[in-house]
Design a protein around this ligand. Structure first.
Ligand code: NAD
Length: 293
């Protein structure tokens, strides 16, 4: 069944509210997943920022949209206009998915869920273990909080001493207050601490933008001596698919994953929240390979 033949008077709508927005792969991905599942729903992208976010959320109620994805710059702002927040969205302080249940709008954050699911899909279990995550921005916070909620034993966070460092401190405080996970934050400039924390971690994650434009070919990892073959190395970046950081991991013989899995599984979690159905992951993996990233 083609998308065109599906659209009729019963077609449901989910949005994607962000600015800029036209570059996003989400509508193509969600629409293929709806088509594949035979669900009469479409996703459309709307250019929304902090100047019109409140009205856009009101439009979800008035027009009866099934929900929406939310991206920058709205992720940390939209919560105030919703009726309820999920536990992870409250702790992360960010919403990327809104579900409309008969006018009651609930905000969720599926970014960290996407990260954890992408590992599970690869047969990687980090529960009860220690991980090191570099970054304290949006993606990093989602990964760190979700990992702690899902039973990771210890998280060492590294960040440069920029405006995100305090956010990292706040993440440590929340993890300690609300979960059984141990957490600490370090200055990324402290290379001895970085080496020490990586040494007994099972996984090292890059959750900074280093590796993608305008930082292509750059990583914060000083050299490959920080890595070892049994370390799992992940990158949130997925354009390019191979970053300098992942190249170093490949050189050492580490198992490595780029940000494609996190992107796919955060979308799958949103899809399930809207439809109550699981996305056909194997089909979507093949479909995503055909997209030119
Ligand atoms: P953000 O702006 O919220 O955070 C940026 C982070 O990068 C901060 O921790 C900041 O301190 C760090 N940083 C910036 N410049 C740095 C430098 N020179 N050296 C070291 N650290 C530096 O961004 P975000 O939304 O968290 O996104 C981070 C990356 O994750 C981006 O590449 C984004 O595309 C990717 N991402 C991927 C997914 C996915 O599904 N795969 C989801 C969200 C974000």
């Amino acid at each position: 069944m083609t998308m065109e033949s599906m659209i009729n008077g019963y077609t449901e709508l989910v949005g994607l509210m962000a600015s800029p927005i036209r570059h996003s792969h989400s509508p193509a991905m969600q629409n293929e997943a709806f088509r594949r599942a035979g669900i009469n729903c479409v996703q459309l992208a709307f250019d929304v920022d902090d100047t019109n976010l409140k009205e856009a959320v009101q439009a979800i109620r008035v027009l009866g949209l099934r929900g929406s994805n939310v991206s920058m710059p709205n992720k940390t702002l939209v919560g105030q206009y919703l009726d309820k927040l999920s536990h992870e969205a409250q702790l992360i302080g960010s919403v990327n998915t809104i579900v409309n249940d008969n006018g009651l709008l609930t905000g969720y954050c599926t970014d960290g869920i996407g990260f954890m699911s992408s590992l599970k899909n690869e047969g990687i279990d980090i529960k009860g273990k220690k991980i090191t995550v570099v970054g304290a921005g949006g993606a990093a916070t989602a990964i760190q909080i979700q990992a702690a909620l899902d039973g990771v034993a210890e998280i060492s966070i590294f960040n440069v001493k920029d405006q995100f460092f305090d956010a990292g401190k706040e993440t440590v405080r929340k993890i300690q207050e609300h979960t059984a996970c141990k957490a600490a934050i370090y200055d990324l400039a402290d290379q001895d601490a970085l080496r020490h924390e990586i040494a007994d971690s099972c996984l090292l994650a890059n959750a900074t933008g280093l590796g993608m434009k305008p930082y292509e070919g750059i990583t914060w990892l000083p050299d490959i001596s920080y890595l070892r073959p049994d370390l799992i190395v992940t990158d949130t970046v997925y354009v390019p698919t191979m970053t300098k950081f992942l190249e170093m991991a490949r050189e050492v013989g580490c198992r490595y994953l780029n940000g494609h899995g996190m992107m796919l599984f955060q979308g799958a979690a949103s899809f399930q929240l809207w439809t109550g159905k699981k996305m056909d992951i194997e089909h979507m993996k093949q479909w995503l390979k055909r997209l030119e990233f």
